[in-house]
Design a protein around this ligand. Structure first.
Ligand code: ZN
Ligand code: ZN
Length: 895
């Protein structure tokens, strides 16, 4: 890369080439090495995107944060390993392929299990690595040699091992329970997969007649169609309203069955009438009540949520929502509907297809979670597992404390098939879980059949912190890289994935898989809506990369995403949304081009080598930029260590843009051009501090920093900034005196510039300036940087001390130093006086009319207090302005 730098920053010219160069040099590949002494590993496991996914801004945010952390630790000398992978995403992927089949007019049943699964594999082979390729465009420095897929052979071995171990410990069981069922996907879902959404529903009050005709009991329900499957009415044992009724019978309307009235403590006496219908086949609480009282379960729905043969004939085949209307109408016709109330309540929806989930009684596989949760909760309580932001830890603890058993079987074909075989020989009936496929029954040698269901996708992804390293085999990778360090994810999968990984780590490895969970925000539009395909308010990160470069995208993301906040972007104005990153990349490029093109060979070292710059050779400005650079190193390092990525970006930005580009480079120009002595020192200082700035910015903006860093004269061809040492604060660079003194120089230049602007001094025109009432450091500072002040503030003559003029524009610096800029010869005094005069007149008129308005009681009494207050404030502001202008006229000596 020796061709000259392009005059304008053009990311397309550098990014793809640099990425290829990095991976060609295997800079992101980490070997287990067997060493436990430094370098210490630093490991992040990427939340595996769905294999069917295409990159969206949420991935952009998630992966940029991970890459910043990985690159930071890699430069700090750790063996930084970022493990990428994709998730086979059971339901999601199966849905995609089923939709494709539907276009051919086929269902998965037309193909049969084997052919269908083959078809999905084909689909995954064709499109499956898309998202990983897309991550390369962002600059993600993953170790691609370790890419995993949650359905590959290694993962299958791990899944079987985990299943069999839990099964043998009695932590996996099969049973009839109420689970969440998606009638569209035709599968069970875990509690977490049934997303609760608030809906405006109704609460119906039905009269259930007593069997002996002596009256009725009123029950309330949100799902009238389920009444066809009622097998009891329940009341609280201590509810005085129903004391005499317990043990008597109801004649269930429409179904025309006799059902008992039972007393159960699970009934909430304050809900509805305090009497509830009990439908064990369609409600989890009712299911428990049914078990306690030995009630029958009548399943009145088919898997598709149509009324089944168990329902009275007139309702059979009806969709559940049509049946709801029909049941209400039929009860109404019988005069049994007492009243209907609007009722807002939470209803579960399938997280893949949004269909309303139906609680359904079925036989499923479950993991007993309480024993797994105990050590995972302890890790948090004992401070071994921490969350950023901290408050998220309590969400985790609460979920752990109230954990429910995990339904892990899915009625799908795409996934890890449950490794359980049933003996089909009559009289044996053995059930066996096995690490290897069984051909015959281990008990009787008879024929077996494998369970038809597959495992929940998360049953493979909860193992990835160790399965991706070769578990259950005891590999060198596993010894070297488990446990990892940081887990970076969106809060949505805290329970699905993060909490379960901690449990799996404790159970199978005896150690939590990471010590810090960093939960970042969500990408939202300017109306604070989550970006999503269905809302059409997304921004394609690859479009942004094409337009402005990956670095501009990354910088904007990092700068905009503070801990605990969301990232707001405007899909209707991509240009403005990414302006912070794009402008900064341009500034960086221009600063780099300027410094590199003025280096004139290898710069002198700043310290520690023959020919190094001596301290006595440094000017105040040199000392100042070195000290600012050092302070920035400390600031950026600390911010990154504390996961405050936005603060790290802001500190590096300030240093590069303001300190280095706007001040220091401007200051040294005469030295670089040979107009003043000390050019070699200026080059050495600029080269060194810019090198540090590039390294501090590398984790956030990897491409542009590499492109510039590589161009330093004398840099070996194979050197990469990505493995160059992270800068360290240097006690010798600390220089509070230089910071204070150059700070005063900056203040003075700023004050004079402001006065010039205020009085309309033409840009080309020089002014005189005088400073008096000097603080103890101002004098030496202004003398040391007199040339800088004259040049940058366009001053022809600077008088330091008590002899200067005290007229014209005026300002006071933070140390009390007074600044005067006589303006007599710099502006057209007469014109400025008359301009100020007419401005004062205009303000006076406005003030008078405003005073009248506020004196008018009609107005002050009638107008709202806030309006009156606003008008009063206006008046005050105008009076202040008039005062400032009058003072200006006085200082200018206007008549
Ligand atoms: Zn569904
Ligand atoms: Zn058998």
């Amino acid at each position: 890369m020796t061709e000259p730098l392009a005059p304008h920053y053009n990311p397309a010219l550098i990014e793809a080439d640099l990425y290829r160069w990095w991976t060609g040099r295997r800079l992101f590949t980490v070997e287990p090495d067997g060493r436990t002494t430094p370098p210490v590993p630093y490991v992040i496991v990427m939340p595996p995107p769905n294999v069917t996914a295409v990159l969206h801004m949420g991935h952009g945010l998630n992966n940029t944060i991970q890459d910043v952390l990985i690159r930071f630790e890699r430069m700090r000398g750790r063996r930084a390993l970022w493990i990428p992978g994709t998730d086979h995403a059971g339901i999601a992927t199966q849905n995609v392929v089923e939709r494709l089949l539907a276009q051919e007019g086929k269902t998965r049943f037309d193909l049969g299990r084997e052919a269908f699964v083959e078809r999905v594999w084909q689909y995954v082979a064709d499109t499956g690595s898309t998202i990983l390729k897309q991550l390369e465009a962002l600059g993600a420095s993953c170790d691609w040699s370790r890419t995993y897929f949650t359905l590959d052979r290694r993962m299958s071995r791990a899944v079987r091992e985990a299943f069999v171990r839990l099964y043998e410990k009695g932590l996996i069981y099969r049973g009839h329970y109420i689970i969440n069922w998606c009638p569209r996907c035709l599968t069970a879902l875990s509690n977490e997969e049934a997303e609760k959404q608030e809906v405006e529903g109704k609460l119906w009050y039905f009269r259930y007649p007593l069997a002996d005709g002596s009256g009725h009991v009123t029950v309330a329900t949100t799902r009238p169609e389920t009444m066809l499957g009622d097998t009891a009415v329940a009341v609280h044992p201590e509810d005085p309203r129903y004391r005499g009724l317990v043990g008597r019978e109801i004649r269930l309307p429409l179904a025309d069955r006799l059902i008992p009235i039972v007393a159960d403590p699970a009934v909430d006496p304050s809900f509805g009438t305090g009497a509830v219908k009990v439908t064990p086949a369609h409600d989890p609480t009712d299911f428990e009540i049914g078990r306690r009282h030995g009630l029958a379960s009548v399943d009145v729905m088919t898997p598709e949520a149509r009324m089944s043969l168990a329902a009275p004939e007139r309702f059979r085949g009806l969709d559940r929502f049509d049946a709801r209307r029909e049941v209400v109408a039929a009860l109404d016709a019988l005069g049994l509907v007492e009243r209907v109330e609007p009722h807002r309540h939470a209803v579960g929806h399938c997280y893949r297809c949004e269909t309303v989930v139906e609680p359904r009684l079925s036989e499923q596989w479950f993991v007993r979670m309480e024993p797994l949760a105990r050590p995972a909760l302890a890790a948090y309580r004992e401070g071994r597992l921490r969350f950023v932001p901290e408050r998220r830890g309590e969400d985790y603890a609460q979920w752990m404390e109230n954990i429910r058993d995990w339904c892990i079987s899915r009625q799908l074909w795409w996934g890890h098939r449950i490794p359980v075989w049933y003996c089909t020989r009559p009289g044996c009936g053995r059930t066996a879980a096995s690490r290897t496929d069984l051909e015959t029954c281990p008990a009787c040698g008879g024929p077996v059949r494998q369970d038809e269901d597959v495992l929940d996708t998360w049953f493979s992804s909860w193992l990835v912190p160790f399965s991706s390293l070769g578990w259950p085999r005891r590999t060198r990778d596993l010894a070297a890289f488990y446990p990892g360090d940081t887990l970076v994810t969106a809060p949505e999968i805290l329970f699905f994935w993060v909490a379960r990984m901690v449990m799996a780590g404790c159970e199978f490895m005896g150690e939590i898989p990471f010590s810090t969970v960093y939960l970042h925000g969500t990408v939202r539009d300017t109306q604070h809506r989550k970006m999503s395909k269905s809302l059409g308010n997304g921004i394609d990160p690859l479009d942004v990369v094409r337009l402005y470069g990956a670095d501009a995208l990354r910088y904007t993301i990092v700068a905009g995403a503070a801990v605990g906040t969301d990232l707001i972007l405007d899909p209707d104005d991509v240009e403005t949304s990414f302006a912070p990153g794009r402008n900064f990349a341009n500034k960086l490029w221009n600063a780099g081009r300027f410094i590199l093109s003025n280096l004139d060979g290898v710069p002198r070292p700043l310290a520690g080598a023959p020919g190094a710059v001596k301290r006595s050779e440094l000017t105040l400005a040199d000392r100042w930029i070195i000290a600012r650079c050092d302070a920035t190193v400390a600031e950026v390092t600390e911010a990154l260590e504390r996961y405050r990525l936005n603060e790290a970006a802001a500190a590096a930005y300030r240093f590069l843009w303001s300190d280095l580009a706007d001040w220091y480079i401007e200051q040294i120009k005469p030295r670089l051009y040979g107009e003043q002595p000390g050019g070699d020192v200026a080059r050495a200082v600029a080269a060194q501090t810019f090198d540090v700035a590039l390294r501090l910015l590398h984790p956030v903006m990897p491409f542009i920093t590499e492109a510039l860093w590589k161009r330093y004269p004398g840099r070996p061809a194979d050197a990469s900034i990505s493995i160059s040492p992270w800068p360290r604060p240097d006690p010798r660079a600390r220089d509070p005196e230089a910071l204070r003194r150059f700070g005063l120089v900056q203040e003075l230049v700023g004050a004079i510039r402001q006065i010039r602007a205020e009085y309309g001094v033409a840009p080309g025109r020089t002014v005189r300036a005088a400073v008096s009432n000097l603080g103890p450091e101002a004098g030496p500072a202004f003398e040391a940087e007199r040339g800088t002040i004259l040049r940058l503030a366009k001053v022809s003559e600077l008088t330091v001390g008590e002899t200067g003029e005290r007229a014209g524009g005026h300002a006071v610096l933070s140390d009390g130093t007074a600044v005067f800029v006589p303006l007599g010869d710099a502006i057209d005094l007469e014109r400025e006086c008359s301009r100020l005069g007419s401005e004062v007149d205009r303000l006076s008129r406005m003030i008078r009319s405003q005073e009248q308005k506020l004196a008018d009681e009609q107005f002050t009494a009638k107008a709202p207090a806030a309006v009156v207050e606003r008008e009063r404030r206006k008046l005050e502001t105008w009076r202040e302005q008039a005062g400032v202008l009058a003072q200006k006229r006085e200082l200018l000596g206007c008549g």
